[in-house]
Design a binder for this molecule. Structure first.
Ligand code: FE2
Length: 282
């Protein structure tokens, strides 16, 4: 398979745990994803979610809505989207936090973007022997209300033995410090896994794995113009700030694991048997 990345880029990824590849996706392809996400939101009835969340145990209902989304296409709202009366505080299309977690398999537009010879080559370049697309997310990072995402490692949530998850993050709009770009700790992927998130008795829990101290002063911003691909090692500590600007910061992410790695049955993300994980080939 033809290599996509240069040797220098691969070295940079191994050293830093991330790699910023500008100009990976065409602007037109980014706009197609944005238009499709907009259609998915337009077709989504927030009343369904509101009624789910107003059942006997709202917290459990919220957990279930998330925990059951590994093989579905579901919309998730910003934390403060609903007021006390259960009404949206602002229009639906400005209240959505993300869509997840299987549009790379279930939605034709996202599926087409998610599999290509170029992506297959990139995955091979960064050492993935048998990549399998596990999760996809469309992240809105809405103007003014887009919340921060805590400093975390993707392997906390998408754990395998050995750890194999790699993130493919696409800037569908320019991501800057002003509208909440990602920040990462260079080399932090060599410090070990801090914690693991899994399901125990139907509830999601975090468990400490290693005591790792992250030097938050050493975080660097990963500003990314539209079309940029940012590769993220599963152990890389990264976060993104809140968006207080007037500009949205839409991004699409794919997370892939190695087909030979063990996938624990208590991971939060589960797929039904008739939807097996597939690679980057179209
Ligand atoms: Fe992440």
């Amino acid at each position: 398979m033809a290599a996509y990345l240069t040797g220098e880029q691969v070295e940079g990824f191994d050293r830093d745990g991330f790699l910023v590849v500008e100009g990976f996706a065409d602007p037109a392809a980014c706009e197609r994803l944005r238009a499709r996400a907009s259609e998915l939101v337009a077709a989504f009835d927030p009343g369904e979610v509101r009624s789910v969340f107003s059942t006997l145990d709202p917290q459990q209902s919220r957990d279930d809505y998330f925990l059951d989304s590994g093989d579905k296409v579901r919309c998730f709202f910003e934390e403060e989207a609903f007021d006390e009366a259960g009404e949206l505080r602002q229009p639906k299309d400005l209240s959505i936090n993300k869509i997840g977690h299987a549009m790379h398999d279930l939605d034709a537009v996202f599926a087409g973007f998610s599999r290509s010879p170029e992506l297959a080559a990139v995955a091979a370049d960064i050492g993935m022997a048998d990549p399998r697309l596990l999760q996809s997310m469309y992240i809105f990072k809405q103007p003014r209300i887009g919340g921060e995402v805590n400093l975390h490692q993707d392997a906390t949530f998408l754990y395998t033995e050995p750890i194999s998850v790699r993130g493919f993050w696409f800037a569908l709009e320019d991501a800057t410090k002003e509208n909440g770009c990602m920040w990462a700790l260079p080399g932090g992927h060599r410090l070990g896994l801090k914690e693991r998130y899994f399901v125990s008795d139907g509830a999601a829990v975090f468990e400490d794995v290693d005591h790792v101290d992250w030097d938050t002063d050493a975080l660097v911003p990963l500003e990314a113009p539209q079309g940029t691909l940012v590769l993220i090692h599963g152990l890389l500590p990264h976060w993104s700030g809140p968006n207080r600007s007037d500009k949205s910061r839409h991004a699409y992410t794919i997370h892939a694991i190695d087909g030979a790695a063990v996938y624990p049955p208590d991971n939060w993300l589960r797929r039904r048997p008739d939807l097996p994980l597939r690679g980057f080939e179209g």
